[in-house]
Design a protein around this ligand. Structure first.
Ligand SMILES: [Zn+2]
Length: 251
C-alpha cells in the first residue's frame, strides 16, 4: 500500500511538470466519467504537494485536483513520448515528460469548485438555455473565448474544446459577448457538446485549430493564429479568415 513517503516521492517526481500547460487525459472509464479532462486540459499546473496520503495538484484558475492512491495506485513519470501500457486513470503530458497515474484511486476536484459549476456541457440533455442565460448575466464586454472557460457559466469546456468549438461555429474567441447573438452562442455550445460527445463515444479525430499555430486552416487554408487570452493567459487558437470578428487587444 502506498504510504506517505511514496506520495512524497510522487510529488517530487511530478515537479518536472510544474509550470507547464498540460495535455490531460483520463483513459480509464471510471476516471473518464468524472469529466476532469475537459476542466484540466490545457491548464497550467502550478504546484504539486503531498498532504498526508493525498497528492494535491493545483492548476491555474484555482482548480485543485486531489488524488489518493488507495491500495494499488501509483504514479510514474516517463519521457513524454514513452509508450504507456494499460489503461491509466490520469495522464498529464507536458513538454518533455508525462505523469501517469494507474491502478485505481480517488480523483476529485476540490468540493468548493464543484459546488460553483455551471450546467454540464455533457449532461443529457444539456441545458443550453440556462448556459446562454448565464453568459448574458456577466459583463457583455467579456470575450467569448474567455467566458467559455468560466466553469461557473458552463462546466466542462477546456482549452482544447474551446478552440475547436469556436472554430466549428466560426466565431472568433476575441468577439465580445455583446457582439455574439444568442443563436451564435448556442451554436458554439452545441458544437462543443457534439465534439465532446463524439470523443466520449470513442471517435478519434484531429484538432482543427488547437495547437495548430501557423498551420493551414482545414476549411480555408489561412494560417491558424494563437495568442494568450484571459486572466490565466491560456493560449487561444483561431482562423482569422473564417472566424472573423474582433482581434486580440495587443499585437
Ligand atoms: Zn479558416
Amino acid at each position: 500500500m502506498p504510504e506517505g513517503d511514496a506520495i512524497h516521492r510522487a510529488a517530487q517526481c511530478l515537479q518536472v511538470l510544474v509550470g507547464e500547460e498540460l495535455e490531460v487525459e483520463t483513459p480509464h472509464p471510471r476516471a473518464a466519467v468524472k469529466q476532469l479532462a475537459p476542466i484540466l486540459d490545457g491548464r497550467r499546473l502550478e504546484a504539486v504537494d503531498a498532504v498526508g496520503k493525498n497528492l494535491l495538484l493545483r492548476f491555474e484558475g484555482g482548480v485543485v485536483l486531489r488524488s489518493h492512491l488507495r491500495m494499488k495506485g501509483r504514479w510514474r513519470v516517463l519521457p513524454r513520448d514513452a509508450q504507456i501500457f494499460g489503461t491509466p486513470w490520469l495522464v498529464l503530458r507536458g513538454d518533455e515528460y508525462v505523469g501517469v497515474m494507474s491502478g485505481g484511486s480517488v480523483l476529485e476536484l476540490d468540493r468548493g469548485i464543484a459546488r460553483r459549476l455551471g450546467p454540464d456541457i455533457l449532461a443529457e440533455p444539456p441545458d443550453f438555455g440556462a448556459m446562454v442565460r448565464n453568459f448574458r448575466a456577466v459583463d457583455p464586454s467579456r470575450e467569448v473565448g474567455d467566458a467559455l472557460l468560466d466553469q461557473r457559466l458552463v462546466a466542462g469546456i477546456g482549452n482544447l474544446w474551446k478552440a475547436e468549438s469556436l472554430w466549428g461555429a466560426r466565431v472568433s474567441p476575441w468577439s465580445s459577448l455583446a457582439a455574439v447573438s444568442d443563436e451564435a452562442l448556442r451554436g458554439v455550445l452545441e458544437e462543443a457538446n457534439r465534439l465532446m460527445r463524439n470523443r466520449l463515444d470513442g471517435a478519434s479525430g484531429r484538432a482543427r485549430a488547437y495547437r495548430r499555430k501557423g498551420r493551414p486552416c482545414p476549411r480555408c487554408g489561412a494560417p491558424i493564429r494563437s495568442w494568450p487570452q484571459g486572466d490565466g493567459a491560456r493560449m487561444a487558437y483561431w482562423c482569422p479568415a473564417c472566424q472573423k470578428g474582433e482581434e486580440p487587444p495587443a499585437k
